[in-house]
Ligand binder design. Structure first.
Ligand code: SF4
Length: 405
């Protein structure tokens, strides 16, 4: 049995991270027609480099083209889709019917995945998309495991992709005007300013400047603030329901986040496919592994019924951050690792090194040198290159993390 682990690639570094840490496929946006406009996204040259890198590791690349197009976009979409096919994209993600129709005309051999933005909630719409040439359907996040299973049984030829980890919109699968209304930035054109994470007060018209708190059970005022989705403990149920592609959210997250979450799901999926009993006994360790990236508390979303107040965070919109990402390993030779600094670290710090193979090393930093070869006590400068003495061999692109204070 084969399932796919699909990881986010917000820029070239994150793409390489996802590929090296075990993704079977990555998804990314171009500079046009993609949601997540604030993710750095790829121009044509970077896209080519990213696609070539992924393909050289046997990893597929899907490109998002999932805006709801306006008339002014229509003339440009065709050329864009043709250019994606030429660059070697393995599929495009589409939500708009007009864009879908153009894709079928101009790139009939390019695989189409129907984006979650299209709100795929039933087997008839899945069948419609398939009959008209789509290959894969990304499930709406509002579906339960039971509904996905029924959809799979009724349209078994549909490849099913489902979000399994990451931030959740409080709105109906991206159909949200909060950002547009409050900041003029269109969430459905990829420019969401995330007002669902803000803290709200009530203001009365004749008392400008006086803010009356909205308090639910004295816990706080983050009334739209969902916990993050985490399905790492439910992989067997999803496979049984027919999910083929396990999608991780997070094109705007850091490379450290991508490495941590991709690596944890890789291990969980591989363990399950190798031996379900091994997966069952290791479940707690998978949750601990994903918790080393920042998160807002975990929920299973709609998979087991409608979310309740337990699936919201009322007290803060801040992330839980148990570990800080302090450096990226660029080289390992002659008993030293060359590390690009990402957060200040010092001699004496106890750190963990997460490696692309999934192995984690623990060590104390005892000896450190700057680029001139002078011994130093700490690495305070962003992107500073330092050498750390080490007893083991460490894999290229490993990430060093330190427990947060
Ligand atoms: S404001 Fe929040 S709920 Fe609305 S689209 Fe943006 S992230 Fe989603």
């Amino acid at each position: 049995m084969k399932v796919e682990l699909l990881a986010p690639a917000g820029d070239l570094e994150k793409l390489k991270t996802a590929v090296l840490y075990g993704a079977d496929a990555v998804y990314m946006g171009g500079t046009s027609f993609s949601l997540r406009a604030k993710a750095k996204n790829f121009d044509e040259e970077q896209m080519k480099e990213g696609i070539d890198f992924a393909h050289s590791h046997g990893v597929k690349v899907y490109i998002t083209c999932n805006i709801y197009a306006h008339n002014e976009d229509i003339d440009k979409v065709g050329d864009y889709l043709v250019s994606l096919e030429k660059l070697g994209a393995d599929a495009v993600l589409i939500s708009d019917l007009g864009v879908f129709a153009i894709a079928r005309e101009v790139v009939p051999n390019l695989e189409i995945h129907i984006s979650t933005q299209a709100n795929n909630t039933n087997y008839r719409s899945a069948k419609f998309w398939l009959d008209n040439g789509a290959k894969r359907i990304v499930m709406a996040r509002e579906l339960s495991v039971k509904e996905i299973k029924e959809l799979h049984n009724r349209v078994p030829e549909a490849e099913i992709e489902s979000f399994v980890h990451g931030a959740m919109c409080i709105s109906y699968s991206g159909r949200c005007l909060l950002s547009n209304y409050l900041t003029g930035r269109d969430a459905n054109a990829g420019a969401c300013s995330h007002p669902c994470r803000w803290e709200y007060f009530v203001s009365e018209k004749t008392r400008p400047g006086e803010y009356m708190p909205i308090v639910e059970e004295e816990r706080g005022t983050y009334i739209f603030n969902s916990k993050d989705l985490c399905m790492i403990e439910h992989i067997p149920e999803l496979i049984d329901a027919g999910v083929y592609s396990f999608k991780l959210e997070g094109r705007m997250k850091t490379p450290f986040y991508v490495a941590t979450v991709t690596s944890a799901y890789r291990k969980a999926i591989d363990d399950y496919l190798e031996d379900p009993q091994k997966y069952e006994s290791n479940k707690q360790s998978y949750v601990e592994a994903v918790s080393k990236a920042s998160y807002r508390g975990f929920t299973t979303g709609f998979y087991y019924g409608k979310p309740t107040d337990e699936d919201q965070v009322y007290t803060t919109s801040a992330y839980i951050r148990n570990y800080d990402f302090v450096g990226l390993v660029k080289k390992c030779e002659d008993g030293f690792i060359t590390v690009e600094q990402r957060n200040k670290f010092s001699v004496g710090d106890d750190v963990e090194i997460i490696q692309p193979s999934g192995n984690v090393l623990k060590m104390t930093i005892n000896e450190m040198y700057d680029e001139e070869g002078d011994r130093i006590e700490s690495a305070p400068h962003a992107q500073q290159s330092v050498k750390i003495k080490i007893e083991n061999t460490v894999e290229y692109f490993s990430m060093i993390r330190r427990e947060a204070e």
